[in-house]
Ligand binder design. Structure first.
Ligand code: ZN
Length: 488
């Protein structure tokens, strides 16, 4: 009895030490990559007030900006993607393939109204380059290399009744790519890509974010970053902080149920229309995070959030946040929810951690995420399941005829339908990585090296291909050209 007690006490002591050693180690290290990368980045501060009764969001943005290029800049360009939702002609949700799903009650007007722009506290003029009001140009005199300044912008965002990444659908308000964000400066100019309705035309540099959001009491918010909240009267004020992220995405609802899990020092939250759905999403998200971390390196942030919204896509990625379609939570859709979450979670490495030009090189993050889905299925469910999924997702796409003059390496503006885009980019593009892995067996290691080399930066197509060649110790350029650029 004594011996047993001693042994029990000894085992308990060892268990406590082991728990604190590993747990403490995990919690301390998680999020550290982002915190380290945060040093010296631009800083966004958004003050947001949400009024569901008028479908409006009032926005005050204060952006501390430093010109890190070698060029003198005479203006600053912000991407105001919400502007495109004002007109039927420019809305990314109004193409034939999407219109009925996105606007079930007919076209609904959204948009952005600018109330004022200040540069270093002086009011300045501004103009939109485009009919869709997505390229807001602010002349600021001259900002020399390494010079800093403060941009302030006040605007009002009108939320359309639209089941898209930005819009309201069945009482859920989704603000994907809705807030003004800096464009990217490359080769002496700001990117001014069109809000193309197929694919994701967005690109931005990493920055630090502090956001306050006032909502009516009872509303929940799924968002980028870690949060605190306090209620006073009939309003709740959320405060969010995020280090080294490319943008701030969020969604709001007073109908969700929430589930939360802690895994390896990361707080994983899921918001869905049922408690069961939220629990299942949190569990799959943890599995997906663990798979990606073990293959591509630690998850860089301390929180990861999933929310269920209404839109005709499977999911959409934001830093530390993924939006998943309500349809993935329906009965018998468990597999779809799991695989969608793996794809969107992989974007935390391939888009959030390593950025790329998803207008001109959409394959550069999408195929990496599809490749991850196949790898996850192989590891978790075995080779037969992997082969079956490969047959439907990749091999079938290789049999589809290519649309006219389009290859997986084409920009998104070459596509006029999601059906063709999915087949060519997600299907044929992924065949390149699978083939490269069959030849070398080292693609996972190469993708980890890619994440290490280009963390918190924007990588070019060449950066990815060079890393693949280096790590796989093979000249994969001919294979890449064959799969990505060859019409056949
Ligand atoms: Zn994707």
């Amino acid at each position: 009895m004594k011996y047993l007690l001693f042994l029990t006490a000894l085992l308990m002591a060892v268990a406590v030490i082991v728990f604190f050693f590993f747990h403490g180690k995990g919690s301390k290290e998680t999020g550290l990559r982002a915190a380290k990368a945060a040093d010296g980045l631009d800083h966004y501060m958004y003050e947001l007030v949400f009024r569901p009764e008028s479908d409006e969001l009032a926005v005050t943005l204060t952006l501390q900006y430093t010109n890190r290029t070698q060029d003198t800049q005479s203006d600053i360009v912000l991407r105001t993607w919400a502007g495109a939702y004002q007109q039927y002609e420019t809305s990314p949700a109004s193409i034939d393939e999407l219109f009925d799903s996105c606007y079930p009650e007919g076209f609904s007007e959204g948009g952005i109204s600018i109330e004022g722009v200040w540069w270093n506290d002086t009011i300045v003029s501004y103009s939109f380059d485009d009919e869709a009001s997505t390229v807001l140009r602010v002349p600021v005199g001259a900002i020399a290399a390494d010079e800093s300044g403060r941009l302030r912008l006040r605007c009002r965002i009108q939320v359309p009744h639209c089941a898209h990444r930005f819009g309201e659908s069945n009482g859920i308000y989704q603000f994907g790519n809705a807030l003004p964000v800096l464009s990217v400066w490359q080769d002496g100019v700001w990117h001014t890509d069109e809000y193309w309705p197929i694919g994701d035309p967005f690109m931005s540099e990493c920055a630090n974010y502090d956001v306050t959001l006032s909502v009516p009491k009872g509303w929940m918010c799924a968002a980028t970053g870690s949060s605190t909240s306090k209620s006073s009267g009939d309003r709740t004020l959320f405060s969010f902080h995020a280090d080294a992220v490319r943008e701030f995405g969020f969604a709001l609802s007073d109908k969700w149920q929430k589930a939360e899990k802690k895994a390896d020092g990361i707080t994983v939250s899921a918001y869905a229309l049922s408690k069961d759905g939220a629990k299942k999403a949190a569990e799959y998200a943890v599995k997906a995070l663990r798979y990606c971390a073990s293959h591509y390196g630690d998850y860089p942030y301390s929180t990861f959030t999933v929310c269920s919204i209404g839109f005709p896509f499977g999911g959409m990625e934001y830093p530390q946040l993924v939006m998943v379609s309500n349809s993935c939570f329906e009965k018998n859709s468990s597999d779809t929810l799991e695989l969608t979450l793996v794809h969107e979670t992989a974007h935390q490495w391939f888009y959030a951690l390593v950025g790329s030009d998803s207008f001109n090189q959409p394959w550069q993050d999408e195929t990496l995420c599809e490749y991850t889905v196949l790898g996850y299925v192989k590891e978790r469910y075995g080779t037969d399941s992997f082969q079956a999924l490969r047959a439907t997702r990749v091999d079938a796409a290789m049999q589809d005829p290519l649309p006219l003059a389009v290859t997986p390496g084409s920009p998104i503006s070459y596509y006029s339908s999601y059906t063709a885009y999915s087949s060519v980019v997600y299907g044929r593009g992924t065949a390149f990585l699978l083939d490269a892995d069959e030849m070398t067996g080292k693609v996972d290691a190469a993708l980890k090296a890619y994440c290490d080399r280009y963390a918190f930066r924007i990588a070019s197509r060449d950066d990815l291909l060079t890393t693949l060649c280096d790590s796989c110790e093979a000249d994969l350029y001919p294979l890449a050209v064959d799969y990505l650029d060859t019409l056949m």
